[in-house]
Design a protein around this ligand. Structure first.
Ligand SMILES: O=C(O)[C@H](O)[C@@H](O)[C@H](O)[C@H](O)COP(=O)(O)O
Length: 284
């Protein structure tokens, strides 16, 4: 699997470009499959993309084009999916009480999802939140509960053996922020969760990034996604990005190297996050 590197001048430029591509993938998936499934990430870059997507969706609506015209987007316009057929999932979540500001779903609600439900026809039941502490007393229990939620939407097209075995929907695009230590979702360097297989979700009780209790997709689940997009901005990520693009770097050291999509794996980075990359590491 060849990893593709897209570089942008800064975080805002990256978020705008990724948001546009994100909407286009969802629109195409609805047209092709009748549904679209996106996996969201927490973190500044992940939420920044949702903020940018909200602006694009509003701009398209204010353009006065109807849904059919919006779907037939021309260059420069952001295609917008039929939201009633779109489903949102999470790659990880902080195991906190529902509505807590630190939860990834709460930040996604504020950035985009509440508006899609209120104004654009996204059904609340299409937002598949990872459990809160009201529903799961431990990360392990949260992982089990989310696995059941995912299984209820298992892809009946079954064009992927691992997806069928894990009872997962077709993830059309899966976003992952990357930490300064190279973690993705809540899969951290040196942790047992990196090698958990045969299941789609895993609990983390001692996250080095607060809060400590989290639920995460496993690499087995991540690798069933059609498109895996890392979204990385900031100087504090430069070392992790450089290590990720150094041949031989192990998943145990930089978990992000283990995140590979079925059809594509793209690293969307800004200039600062790419500042330690060498021509040798990227083949430029
Ligand atoms: O729950 C979380 O904390 C996130 O899912 C986590 O994996 C995040 O994406 C990275 O830590 C990058 O975060 P930034 O983009 O804010 O650096």
């Amino acid at each position: 699997m060849t990893r593709v590197l897209h570089r942008f001048a800064d975080r805002d430029a990256m978020c705008e470009a990724v948001a546009r591509e994100f909407l286009a993938v969802l629109a195409e998936a609805v047209e092709t499959h009748g549904s679209a499934h996106a996996v969201l990430t927490g973190g500044g870059a992940g939420i920044g993309i949702l903020d940018a997507a909200a602006r694009l969706v509003d701009t398209e609506r204010n353009s006065g084009r109807n849904t059919a015209q919006l779907a037939e987007h021309t260059a420069g316009q952001a295609p917008v999916p039929e939201w009633s057929q779109v489903h949102f999932w999470w790659g990880d979540e902080r195991l906190l009480a529902g509505g807590e500001a630190e939860r990834n779903d709460e930040q996604a609600d504020a950035a985009l999802l509440r508006r899609l439900v209120a104004e654009y026809g996204l059904p609340e039941e299409n937002i598949h939140r990872m459990p809160s502490t009201e529903l799961a007393v431990s990360p392990a229990q949260g992982a089990e509960a989310y696995s059941a939620d995912l299984a209820a939407f298992a892809d009946d097209e079954e064009d992927d053996e691992q997806r069928a075995r894990l009872l997962l929907p077709r993830f059309d695009v899966l976003l992952l922020g990357v930490g300064p230590d190279g973690h993705v979702a809540s899969l951290f360097p040196g942790r047992d969760s990196l090698t958990v297989s045969g299941v789609c979700c895993v609990g983390e009780s001692d996250s080095p990034k607060p809060p400590p209790s989290r639920v995460s997709l496993t690499f087995d689940a991540i690798s069933t996604a059609e498109r895996v997009w890392m979204v990385v901005a900031g100087q504090d990520k430069a070392a992790a990005v450089a290590r990720a693009f150094t041949d031989g770097t192990a998943v145990e050291e930089i978990p992000a190297v283990g995140a590979l999509g079925r059809a594509e794996t793209v690293w969307h980075i800004d200039q600062a996050a790419g500042s330690a990359l060498t021509e040798e590491s990227t083949g430029d």
